[in-house]
Design a protein around this ligand. Structure first.
Ligand code: GTP
Ligand code: MG
Length: 328
């Protein structure tokens, strides 16, 4: 048992033991995972929790039929971003317009019943976006909470022609009841246990409709200091190129490029890392054994360095080119 697990971990563990049914158990395990501190000593325990979650998910799928098996989406690409919002906000239209996927779009609410992943291209990387069923008065299904908790970030889509401020309140309240909060956004009722704190981007959709400029400004005034806010028309295409960049920026990721000595860098195939990652983290991404073997690296990039030698704890910047050297 790794040292310094916080007390909330043991509370979640208690909930796991007393949970009835696979879904409740999965939620408790997800909580334990979310609470666990990020350091090396917790790797085994994390793997163990993930195994338990996978097993329970399997069981629960076998019990409720094949439909839900398709609900849990494997991560692909540089990051997984889940799109949520109220009925008819234009979530499916956004996925249809900005990714290679084609979920159904329709005038009536509650069109979408399943999840549809699609890949969005941004420069030389791909980011996975996931269309979901709308949030509604009913408590969200366990698999939807599961998908939201596992996401790297969220897109909160509101319809600018239909009281977007109220929609956003509704979304954050519903997230709160799932024990999910957005960044450092202040809400009326902070949940007692926070399972997950998510990066998010607010999207005001349908800017092509009349008289939506005012509600976009109102949205920015209220949330703009705390979260990025974008205005788009998913249907007409306005603002979609900027949105790709905003999504990338929100994720707080960087791209670094590897090169072999005496050769050109692989500029089409970046390693994607969290901002603040070190050379050792980059080495681990290349190969899991490489972290331990890394001795030093040479770095080119952003005009600041020019093949200089750097140590393993050197913090990387977006666009850096690295040449990794291991000990013999
Ligand atoms: N004018 C305009 N209409 C849009 C836009 N985006 C979506 N719509 C329309 O809004 C309606 C709902 O779009 P969907 O993409 O199905 O909305 P949704 O959020 O996926 O809806 P649910 O699946 O019910 O949650 C459709 O009639 C779309 O054509 C937009 O940018 N402008
Ligand atoms: Mg939909």
């Amino acid at each position: 048992m790794p040292a310094n697990l916080p007390p909330q971990y043991f509370e979640a563990e208690k909930r796991f033991r007393s949970a009835r049914g696979a879904e409740e158990k999965i939620m408790a395990l997800e909580e334990m995972l979310a609470i666990m501190p990020k350091h090396k000593g917790t790797d085994h325990l994390k793997a163990d929790l993930r195994r338990k979650i996978a097993k329970l998910t399997d069981e629960s799928e076998r019990r409720v039929g094949a439909k839900r098996a398709s609900m849990l989406v494997e991560k692909e690409g540089a990051a997984q971003v889940v799109i949520i919002g109220l009925p008819n906000a234009g979530k499916s239209q956004l996925v249809a317009s900005i990714t290679n996927a084609l979920p159904e779009v329709a005038e009536y609410p509650f069109t979408t019943h399943t999840v549809t992943p699609g890949m969005m291209e941004f420069e030389n990387i791909k980011i996975q976006l996931i269309d979901t069923p709308p949030l509604s008065e009913q408590p969200a299904e366990w698999w939807l909470r599961h998908i939201i908790i596992r996401a790297d970030a969220l897109l909160l889509v509101v319809d600018l022609s239909n009281d977007p401020l109220a929609q956003l309140e509704n979304i954050t309240t519903q997230l709160g009841s799932m024990r999910i909060v957005i960044g450092n956004l202040k809400t009326n009722e902070e949940p007692d246990i926070i399972l997950s704190r998510k990066k998010a981007l607010i999207i005001g959709n349908k800017v092509d409709l009349e008289a939506t400029a005012g509600s976009y400004i109102a949205l920015r005034n209220k949330y703009g200091r705390q979260l990025p806010v974008a205005a788009i028309s998913a249907k007409q295409g306005n603002g979609l190129e900027e949105l790709r960049y905003e999504i990338y920026k929100m994720l707080d990721i960087i791209r670094v490029y590897t090169k072999a000595p005496g050769q050109k860098p692989e500029l089409n195939d970046p390693i994607v890392l969290d901002k603040g990652s070190t050379l050792a983290d980059a080495a681990a991404e290349v190969h899991k054994d490489f972290r331990a073997k890394l001795r030093y690296a040479r770095i080119w990039g952003s005009g600041k360095h020019d093949g200089v030698m750097a140590k393993r704890d050197h913090i990387l910047q977006d666009g850096d080119i690295i040449e990794l050297h291991q000990s013999k």
